[in-house]
Design a protein around this ligand. Structure first.
Ligand SMILES: Nc1ncnc2c1ncn2[C@@H]1O[C@@H]2COP(=O)(O)O[C@H]3[C@@H](O)[C@H](n4cnc5c(N)ncnc54)O[C@@H]3COP(=O)(O)O[C@H]2[C@H]1O
Ligand SMILES: [Mn+2]
Length: 661
């Protein structure tokens, strides 16, 4: 039956016709007179055969469709089924029931037609899978299932389930799921609250207008719930568009003209099971957006967070970031991770190791497996590392190689005291970690980590240790109380970056120090951590002695120092500042084929800007740079050029503002 049954039937009928025609011709040749009778007779027979063949096929179809097929129970049961059902032999349609004829064949008989012509794109193999094949036919969507008998003359039963309505509803359901948005005006209290009422109204009018248009395009609604806050609920189909456009409303708000630069932070909860769940997710997202510095949108779905906007804009972040919120977010991240690695910058110093020790305390309090990644052979915090080793805590510090070995897909990397990829202790560890969080106080620079789920960046803090001390105060519980040793490491970090509370100190710096003192930090023991060896001291004195004064800046250069003398460089730069008439100091030392530079100031000179000219960075008062493939003479020339250029720009700026600093 498999071998073209249609062909067989037609050939048989045709063959009979041809045969009778031949016979008629033969008889006609033998007896021409009979021709007059034979020709009409042959035509009659041919007509009868054709008619019969047609009737036969129709009759066959009717029989197969089975009103009278009593002895076949299977056919009977399929015939009465409300679903369209068809029977195939190979790929040929050999039987179908009435619903199939009506809905798929448009009430025509297509028996023995190839099924591919009737249902375009049908894939019998896929129909045999448990999920079946979804096919569109005449504007309706069918899920088609097949079950086949094995063997050469394979028979297949096709069941067509009309899922048009179901699928339409499912798509509509997905598209109308609510997404919850919380929109907050950044630093409202600091900025807008102090404006004149008329000006404030103007700024708010601008914001309202932009937001109303933005939400007005959707089927959702917008509601201002407090001075600085709006909520909005929009349908998933519109949320999709907003995400695709990367929340361009942020740009529109930033472009508003006015006395102050307003920016927004947006938290979105999307894809939750309930509206309440979405609201909760939106709140977490807003916390994230604010914790990363604002001026951005954070979207939380059950899969995790995604962030839009807010990257590397040079607008200064004015909002005082809430440490409490960050502490909570940080704890959540640590809890979700298999293990935690804490890592600072290359040539780690007391601030970065101290901060790492503080963060490790939080991990320990949460019972999360955690370690600090540090190269003990290249560090400026040897004193702290030795003390912890002596206290039996050496295992908390591991090398990048060990860290790489013990890592899983779900390891969280906490970067402290830097946010620049190129300065990390180990780039490999960073690249292998999927989840990264950053805690830093350096001014945002190029090459910053851009995939952090949490970016706690406070350029106004004195040190990373100050930030971590604040975080420690916001996690509640006895288990988060730092030991006196840990408190001393944190205090050492603050003292390093403030040069013993000499510069860059704010109210919060002293509050953090007071907290650490309460936790048992002893200043006299902290001071010991800064003591240097006689060799280091001599190296430092030599550097100080060799300094030149150039345009009010002390510049000292030197050939290569022994590797363990590295700390003499920043210390010499610090000491040079104590000389009268020196506004900034620059100490450059050959290291391998490159040159390392430490720059310091008391605040009147912005050494960060000068070091940025050389590809470095840091802070207003404390910065550095690493020059590659440079001789020390060339480095000195470039430092002097950078100073000259800075002085010139300074003079121009003073001329413009018409006042002397
Ligand atoms: N290419 C680049 N791009 C962007 N930023 C760059 C950079 N190169 C350096 N910086 C930043 O400049 C700051 C100064 O670095 P520096 O090595 O002179 O000075 C370091 C360090 O050498 C120095 N230090 C460490 N131990 C010390 C000790 N026992 N006594 C005195 N100073 C110490 O304290 C300073 C701590 O500074 P901090 O980590 O906050 O910030 C650093 C660093 O993050
Ligand atoms: Mn540091």
């Amino acid at each position: 039956m498999d071998l073209k049954p249609r062909f067989t039937l037609e050939v048989f009928a045709g063959g009979m016709v041809v045969l009778s025609a031949l016979l008629a011709i033969l008889v006609g040749l033998l007896e021409p007179r009979l021709l007059w009778v034979l020709i009409p007779l042959a035509a009659l027979v041919a007509l009868a055969v054709l008619l019969l063949a047609r009737r036969m096929r129709r009759g066959l179809a009717r029989v197969l469709q089975c009103e009278s097929f009593e002895n076949s129970q299977a056919q009977l049961s399929l015939g009465a089924l409300a679903l369209p059902v068809a029977l195939l032999s190979g790929k040929t349609l050999v039987w179908y029931n009435t619903p199939f004829r009506q809905r798929i064949l448009a009430d025509e008989d297509r028996l023995l037609a190839p099924v591919g012509k009737v249902l375009c794109g049908l894939d019998l193999h896929q129909c045999g899978e448990p999920a079946g094949q979804v096919l569109e036919h005449e504007g309706r969507k069918y899920n088609i299932f097949a079950s086949a008998t094995a063997g050469r003359e394979a028979l297949t039963v096709l069941y067509l389930v009309d899922e048009t309505d179901l699928r339409q509803r499912a798509a509509e359901y997905e598209a109308t799921r609510p997404a919850y948005m919380i929109i907050e005006i950044d630093a409202y209290a600091e900025q807008l609250a102090e404006l004149k009422d008329s000006e404030k109204a103007r700024v708010l009018e601008g914001i309202n207008r932009v937001l109303e248009t933005y939400i007005g395009r959707t089927t959702g609604f917008l509601q201002r719930v407090s001075n600085a806050r709006y909520i909005a609920v929009v349908e998933e189909r519109h949320m999709k568009e907003m995400v695709a456009a990367k929340f361009d409303v942020l740009d529109k708000i930033r472009a508003l003209e006015g006395e102050v630069n307003v920016t927004l932070s947006i938290g979105v909860g999307r894809g939750g099971d309930t509206l309440r769940q979405c609201e909760e997710m939106a709140r977490q997202s807003l916390d994230m957006a604010l914790g990363r510095g604002g001026d951005q949108a954070a979207v939380k779905t059950p899969e995790g967070f995604a962030f839009y906007g807010g990257v590397s804009r040079s607008v200064e972040k004015r909002s005082r970031v809430k440490s409490r919120i960050v502490a909570k977010a940080l704890c959540d991240l640590i809890r979700q991770a298999d293990s935690v690695l804490i890592m600072g910058h290359r040539m780690s110093d007391l601030d970065c190791v101290g901060a790492a020790i503080g963060v490790l305390r939080i991990c320990k309090g949460l019972d999360a497996p955690a370690a600090i990644v540090v190269r003990r052979e290249a560090t400026l915090a040897q004193s702290v590392l030795e003390e912890f080793q002596a206290a039996g805590l050496g295992e908390d510090f591991i090398s990048p190689e060990v860290a790489l070995d013990g890592m899983t897909d779900n390891t969280l990397l906490l970067v402290v005291d830097t946010h620049i990829k190129g300065l990390l202790e180990s780039g490999d560890v960073y690249r292998k970690c999927r989840q990264v969080a950053v805690i830093d106080h350096h001014r945002k620079a190029v090459g910053h980590i851009d995939n952090a789920v949490l970016f706690f960046h406070e350029p106004y803090a004195s040190s990373t240790c100050e930030l971590v001390s604040e975080l420690l105060q916001y996690v509640e519980g006895q288990q988060f109380r730092p030991t006196s040793l840990e408190a001393e490491a944190l205090l050492a970090g603050i003292m390093l970056d403030t040069r013993n509370f000499g510069i860059h100190t704010g109210v919060r710096t002293f509050e953090a120090a007071a907290y650490l003192r309460r936790m048992g930090a002893m200043t006299e023991r902290v001071k010991l951590l800064f003591n240097s060896s006689l060799q280091e001291y001599t190296a430092k004195s030599n550097l100080v002695e060799n300094a030149d004064i150039y345009m009010g800046c002390a510049v000292s250069v030197s050939g290569e120092l022994p590797p363990d003398m590295a700390v003499a460089v920043p210390q010499a730069a610090n000491d040079l500042l104590t000389i009268q008439g020196v506004g900034a100091s620059f100490v450059a030392v050959q290291q391998g084929s490159g040159v390392n530079i430490s720059a310091r100031s008391m605040g009147a000179v912005n050494v960060q800007v000068i070091m940025e000219q050389l590809g470095g960075g840091g802070h207003l008062t404390m910065a550095g740079a690493q020059l590659k493939d440079t001789t020390i003479d060339e480095a000195e020339k470039r430092i002097r050029q950078a100073i000259a250029r800075y002085r010139q720009e300074q003079a121009e700026e003073e001329a413009r503002s018409g006042k002397k600093r």
